[in-house]
Design a protein around this ligand. Sequence first.
Ligand code: C2E
Ligand code: MG
Ligand code: MG
Length: 482
Amino acid sequence: MGQLILANCLLYIFRPIPVPVVILCVLITMILTLLTVLVLKSSRVRKLKKENMQLTVFSRQTPLPNRNALYMDAEKIQLDCAVQDMALLYVDIDNFRYIHVIEDHDYADLVLSKVSERLVALTQPKGKVYHLSEDKFAVLFTNTGRKGMGEIMAANILAGFKERFEILGNELYINLSIGIVEHPQSNMTMQKMVTAAEIAMYKAKQAGKNHYFVYDHSLSHALKEKTNIQNHLRLAFERNEFEIYYQCQLDLNFDRIDGFEALLRWTSKELGPVPPNQFIKVAENSHLIVSLGTWVLRSSCAFLKKLEKMGYSPLNISVNVSVIQLMQDDFVPTVQETLEFLNLAPEHLELEITESMLIKSLQLVLPKLEQLRRIGVRIALDDFGTGYSSLSYLSQIPITTLKLDKSFVDKIGTEQESLTESILYLCKQLNLDIVAEGVEHNYQASYLKRMKCHKMQGYLFSRPLPEQGIIDLLKSAPTLFD
Ligand code: C2E
Ligand code: MG
Ligand code: MG
C-alpha cells in the first residue's frame, strides 16, 4: 500500500508541465532580472552623477563651493527678479606661496581650510563664500541694499583676520588683499566680474597688501596686459626669447670697471620687449623663476669665465635672485655646482636680493645666506633704502654689499641731499661695500666719490649691454672716467 502511495506522489511531482506554463515562467524570470539590473544601474548612475556634481561644484581642498558653483549661482541670480544688486569680493591670501614653498602641501591645505572657515564666519548670513583656486576666494553678496556695502564687508573681513590663527601648534597671522566689484553699476557677466575683481585685488596688493580696492574702468587695460604676459611667458623659455644684458659697475677707488650686474631681458615674439618689472612677478607666481633664475646664474657665471679666459680679470658678476629661488632646497648646491663646474672663485659671484622681499622672509632664508657666505659667495641687499631697513635687521643678515637705491642718488643736489648723506653714513658704520644705483649725472658721480662710496652703476657710464657690447667696452675703455 505504502509503495502505491509513493508511486502516485512521484507521478504527481514529475508529471509533464504544460509548455505555455514553462514559457510564462521563463518570461517572468527574464522580466524580473531585467528590472533588477535596471534598478541597480539607475541607482549607480545617480550615485556617479552625484559624485561628479560634487567634483564640479565643490573645491577639492576646502568644503566650499568652487568657481563653477559661482557661475551657476550667477545664472540663477540673473533669472531671479528679486535680486536687485550684488557685490563680488575677490579675496587673496598675502604671501601664500611662501607657506606653500616652506611647509608641505598638507599644512598649506590646512591653512586654506582655516581661512575658509573664518571667511564663512565673517560673511554670514549675507555672503556666500567660494574657493576659486589655490589661495583665492570669492564672496558674493546679493541684495546688499545700498552702494558701498562691498567696501563695508571687505573692511569687516580684514578686521576679522587681525586675530591670529593657531595651526598645528604654530601661531600664524594671515593677511588678505581684496578686490571689489559692485553690480549693477556695470553690466558685466559673472566671468567678467571675477576678472575685474581680481585686477582690483592686485591693485590692493600694490597698495601694500592687507588692503581692499574697488574696481574702476581705468583698470581694464592693466588686466589685458597681465593676461597677455601670463599666456606668453609660459612658452618664452622654450622659444629662447630670453637674453641676459650686463651693466658695468665701476670701482670709484681705482676708477676702473669692477664687474657687471646681470639683467634679464625678454623679447616676446607677440608682445615685443617686456620689462623685467612686469614679468618677474608673473614668473615668481608660476615658479618659472626657479628654472629661469638658474639659467641666468649659469649663463652669467659662464660669461664671467669667458672674460677671464680673454684676460679680463679680476672681474665680478652680480646676479639678481628671487626669494622663491632661495627657498628651494637645492639653491645652495646649484650655486656651488655652477662655481665648481666653471672653476670660478666664489668671491667673484655676488647674489642680489631685494631688500623688501628679504626682510619679509628673513628667518626662512637666513640659514641659506649663511651657507652661501661660508662658501665665499657675496650677498648684496638690492634697492637698499626702499624697504624697512633698520640697523638691527641689517646686523642680523650676513650681507657684504648694500645697493643704494636710485631714489637716494636722485636726491643728490636737491634739498633732500642730507638724507642720502645720512644713509651713506649708516652704510659706512656697518662696514659694508656700497654700490650706488642709477647714476645718470656727473655731479652725482663726483658727490658719491667725495662721500667715499665704493662703486656705482648707471646710464652715465653704460646702459645694460649684451655680451658683445661688454666685450667691446672692455677692449676700448678699461678706465672710463677721471
Ligand atoms: P635692479 O636689480 O635694481 O636693477 C637695476 C635696474 O635699474 C635695471 O632695470 C637697470 O636697467 C636700471 N638702471 C640701471 N642704471 C640706471 C640709470 O642710470 N637710470 C635708470 N632710470 N635706470 C637704471 P631693469 O633691467 O629693468 O630691471 C628691473 C628689475 O628687475 C631689477 O632691478 C631686478 O630687481 C629685476 N631683475 C632683472 N633681472 C633679473 C633676474 O635675472 N632675476 C630676478 N629675480 N630679477 C631680475
Ligand atoms: Mg639688482
Ligand atoms: Mg636695484
